[in-house]
Design a protein around this ligand. Sequence first.
Ligand SMILES: Nc1ncnc2c1ncn2[C@@H]1O[C@H](COP(=O)(O)OP(=O)(O)OP(=O)(O)O)[C@@H](O)[C@H]1O
Ligand SMILES: [Mg+2]
Length: 586
Amino acid sequence: MSNPTAPTAMADDRPGPGRVVRVNGPLVEIEGLDQVAVLDVVEVGHNSLAAEVVSVRQGLLTAQVYEYTGGLRVGDPALGQGHPLSARFGPDLLGGIFDGLLRPLTGQPLWLSAGALRQTGTRRQWPFAPAVSTGTVVAPGNLLGMVPTPSGVDHRVLVPPGTAGPVDWVAGDGEVDDDEPIASIGGSPVAISEQWPVRAPRPVRARLELSAPLLTGQRVVDLLFPIAKGATAAVPGGFGTGKTVLLQQLVKWCEADVVVFVGCGERGNELADALADLSKLDDPRTGRSLLERTVVIANTSNMPVMAREASIHTGMTVAEFYRDMGYDTVLLADSTSRWAEALREFSSRSGELPAEEGYPAGLASALAAFYERAGRVTTLGGEEGSVTAIGAVSPPGGDMAEPVTAHTERFVRCLWSLDRDLAYARHYPAVTWRRSFSRDAQSVGAWHASEGRPAWARDRARAVALLAEADRLAPMVELVGLASLPGRERVTLLAGRLLREAVLQQSAQSVNDGHCTPAKQEALLELVLALYDRFLALVDQGHPASAVEEIDTSGVVRIRDEVGPDDAAGVERRRDEMLAALENWK
Ligand SMILES: Nc1ncnc2c1ncn2[C@@H]1O[C@H](COP(=O)(O)OP(=O)(O)OP(=O)(O)O)[C@@H](O)[C@H]1O
Ligand SMILES: [Mg+2]
């Protein structure tokens, strides 16, 4: 390819080499690197381990190393890279599995073999179709061309932030190389992959109000605690309460164009199983493997602890990168507590004065900065895109007052709190209606109304009231016995149980029940509410509550699993049959 503006090899003017003077786990002290700033990357040791400078004192740098530091010695060289922690974002991301620094993990665990930070992906050729011609004047965010991918999520090559002017040259239709320029704009070469410092939010033109929900196919979320596209949610839950299963259900079923899953400090075999699962699932939009529009960033518990810290930012930047192309993206992080532990480990090694429970004083602002990057935006190019951020939180001992959980709750718009008692009773997903909340419920209700579902908000309000009333009555039954309660209250208890078992419980393993369209969700909820009304009418007519309680409702609980995931009509048919049978009930 003729390429008049190809960058020539950069003269090596990187600062250094300095010299390692102390190694303490992932913390390394370096002497003799004067030109290096805080947050710059340095490569340490003979294996060029990636590290980030966290503090600078006269003549001495402290850096956190993102790789295993075994074998690193005093006297080993350290070379400044002259830029902050960055990764390269390109068309090889979709369907890929990467480490916390966005280096591909294929076959063997690559994190063991150290390497340069810039070495993302293997050199590959991509089909490129230009969207501009020579002379077109472009600004940041404008479309330069497309790289079609099989996933249906085409890679849009955009003018990077900070570059503008007339197109001097653009590649023609055909195969292009990963890091060769495909255009030159105002004298600057642009490639299909873009380098970006992962801690810096990518710029946008405007932030927009949230309105449409991110449908997840999970009833307790979509019906009771909905999340808007561009919002944030946390899933706190004690050990084994179902955080990972819920997040994986979201990877599979949430209605996003691109899903970024960050496995952060959790079990590696779980992630491997989830990936195997995902590769078997078909994307309903393309009929191809769902993995093709998923980006997985793996920093499991067996991998270097500091890379967990980077993985959250790397994942967020991947999500922003696709948002800028005009896509709705979702970032899922399992678990943000392990990320916070990495912060704590480093701060305790560096001798920083600890704040609550040993976490660094900056914990709250670090969490806020992470969730703050979510949002629905107008991109620099004038498209609309979103990043929805959802993080699992693993409070030690289930203590919801511990710092990571408590701070996270302040910053998120939705809380899906998992309850140990519900999980113990095998009520899955164990999202409790007592501690969970959604600040998006009102706007999502308005959206449903505009989509022809005006009943959504009313039904939700009735469901919330029914759950609360059933919860209020349950301890009274313990105290005074069911027989002493008035008939209407006994029927409320019965309907509360039906609501929990027939609507809110949802089996992740079931083909029919694993996900659920909004129409089937609403049909199931309306079925329970219709039965509730009918039962109330029966006791009002003078039928004894004990007789109503004996009506066989076992079929109600099975419907969710017996009709297909989008078969609302099937649910309505069953409802009509049941209500008709109750008409003739004596
Ligand atoms: N929606 C669900 N449907 C069916 N089973 C579920 C569901 N959610 C959780 N489970 C069951 O609970 C078990 C534990 O769930 P999971 O591994 O997600 O918990 P966790 O909160 O991530 O645990 P840890 O704290 O160890 O990370 C699962 O193996 C599964 O058997
Ligand atoms: Mg888990």
